[in-house]
Design a protein around this ligand. Structure first.
Ligand SMILES: [Zn+2]
Length: 78
């Protein structure tokens, strides 16, 4: 019964501690770190559904985030 796309089972709890998710909306791009996401929606929330959570909707433009992407914390190795 492991036929689902692994990406669809990826939850907040699967993120590494140094990972963050960026959520673009109409007015800006917000970066939420793993600990922020745990506090807002909990570890079990699946990342591909996370944009449906009103906790993450933008307070400025009122739009839900478009699909987010995972970003590692910038490191000084550029
Ligand atoms: Zn916005």
């Amino acid at each position: 019964m492991q036929d689902a796309d692994p990406a669809l089972r990826f939850t907040v709890g699967h993120l590494a501690r140094d990972q963050a998710v960026q959520f673009p909306c109409l007015c800006r791009v917000r970066t939420l770190h793993r600990r922020d996401l745990v506090a807002l929606v909990g570890r079990g929330e699946r990342l591909h559904l996370i944009g449906l959570r009103r906790e993450l909707w933008c307070a400025r433009c009122g739009e839900p985030p478009m699909v987010g992407w995972i970003a590692r914390q910038p490191k000084t190795d550029s």
